[in-house]
Design a protein around this ligand. Structure first.
Ligand SMILES: *Cc1c(COP(=O)(O)O)cnc(C)c1O
Length: 419
């Protein structure tokens, strides 16, 4: 593997200043009509400080050197781009898997938490807060706090803490304080409210690490840039393997949209590349139990930005549902709302059952147990009209260890053994 990690290097344009391209954020924080920073006055100072400094800090050679080195030596990047031979045979195209599941902590989320903690240090912050739903972002945050010896407080809905006990245990072992959010439905949005309240009360010494391409500007752009290492590597790896940097299709699942943003980033201006994002349809788009935001959502404000979200006529957020904890978010990041509205990316939906089937299929064909989230992207291979000359990259956002209980509950007959 000859990916070069020189100073100023990886991800050649990962930290490049946003050019005023059609799909990049503008200086007010908008992607077309979506984005912005809708925040209480008490947060103005924190968010303004971040907005004024993030690009400058991210471009410093010393920042890039440290970020690059940690991605290589601690996370294990570059993650492999694997030509899945038997999967390719089955679908009649060249299918590559971008193996984010092989990263330290088992998913793409660590790319962003490493970047943000380095940024927090340069802003002089001593304390990190985060919110988490399924616990994956909480674990990635607690991990980098342990790495840097920084204080870590993670807010998590009390109900989610019961449902995701192993991740709560991991965070505690990593030294984080996990604080239950007891209000409302005791899930992600309540944890987010608690985290914001904490930030308002500790504006000087605390940085809030948001885990996806959501939140007020500059978070969506900042997180997309940290995750863009995914597509920077894909381009170099494809060049070596196929002679061309550009695939015909890139697929990724979307909760808030960070692994998809990272996998799409360096292809946004190459319109020959079809970008396909897959949302969770849960038990069916119109079943009342889904997280199919681009179908069911309307413009509104959530977590500090204007985007598409699932809401009632009087603006109450509708509780999303997906069997995969990482995808049951009622909105999508503003970049995705824009890519959807402009038609630059196609948004498809996969049900719980389709994702389960795809997870069992990948396991049997390739010996890789994917995260249930990533399986949503795999599930749509069957719906594309693929041809042998197509080069398809699927972002395998994470590994399936955390989903074993679910997989065992739904194990197809042919996998079961009588005792
Ligand atoms: C959190 C998570 C997701 C969803 O988050 P995005 O911001 O949409 O990427 C997808 N896959 C895995 C493995 C996750 O942990």
């Amino acid at each position: 593997m000859s990916i070069e990690y020189r100073v100023g290097g990886i991800a050649p344009s990962i930290l490049r200043l946003a050019k005023p391209g059609q799909y990049q954020v503008d200086e007010k924080g908008y992607y077309g009509q979506f984005g912005g920073a809708f925040i209480p006055e008490m947060l103005y100072r924190n968010v303004a400080e971040l907005r004024e400094k993030y690009l400058t800090i991210m471009q410093e050679p010393e920042f890039q050197r440290e970020f690059t080195q940690l991605l290589r030596d601690y996370v294990g990047r570059p993650s492999p781009l694997y030509l899945a031979r038997r999967l390719s045979e089955k679908y009649g195209a060249q299918i590559f898997l971008k193996r984010e599941d092989l990263n330290h902590t088992g998913a793409h989320k660590i790319n962003n938490t490493i970047g943000q903690i380095l940024l927090a240090q340069r802003l002089g912050k001593k304390r990190i807060i985060a919110e988490t739903g399924a616990g994956q972002h909480g674990v990635a945050t607690a991990t980098v706090c342990a790495l840097m010896g920084m204080e870590c407080v993670v807010y998590m809905g009390e109900l989610d803490m019961q449902r995701q006990a192993p991740n709560v245990a991991r965070m505690r072992m990593l030294g984080a304080q996990v604080i239950p959010a007891m209000s409302g439905s005791r899930t992600l949005k309540d944890a987010t409210n608690e985290a914001i309240r904490d930030w308002v009360n500790h504006p000087e010494d605390t940085h809030y690490i948001i885990g996806s391409v959501v939140g007020p500007h500059p978070y969506p752009d900042m997180v997309a840039r940290f995750q863009s290492v995914i597509s920077a590597e894909i381009r170099q790896q494809l060049l070596e393997k196929t002679g061309s940097e550009l695939p015909t299709h890139v697929l990724a699942c979307v909760g808030g949209g960070s692994n998809a943003a990272g996998a799409f980033y360096h292809f946004l201006d190459h319109i020959s590349v079809q970008l396909i994002a897959v949302e969770a349809a849960g038990e069916g788009i119109n079943s009342g139990r889904s997280a199919a935001t681009t179908v069911l959502g309307r413009p509104g404000v959530i977590h500090g930005s204007k985007t598409l979200l699932m809401q009632t006529d009087d603006g109450q957020i509708i509780e999303p549902y997906s069997l995969s904890a990482g995808l049951d978010y009622p909105g999508i990041g503003p970049l995705h709302a824009h890519l959807h509205q402009t038609g630059r990316a196609t948004y498809l939906q996969a049900t719980d059952q389709e994702a389960l089937d795809a997870a069992f299929e990948l396991t049997q064909l390739e010996g890789i147990i994917p995260a249930l989230e990533s399986a949503h992207a795999l599930a749509k291979l069957k719906d594309l009209e693929l041809k042998p000359e197509h080069v398809v990259v699927v972002c395998l956002s994470g590994r399936g260890d955390k989903d074993m209980d679910t997989y065992l509950r739904y194990l197809p007959k042919e996998f079961r053994t009588e005792i």
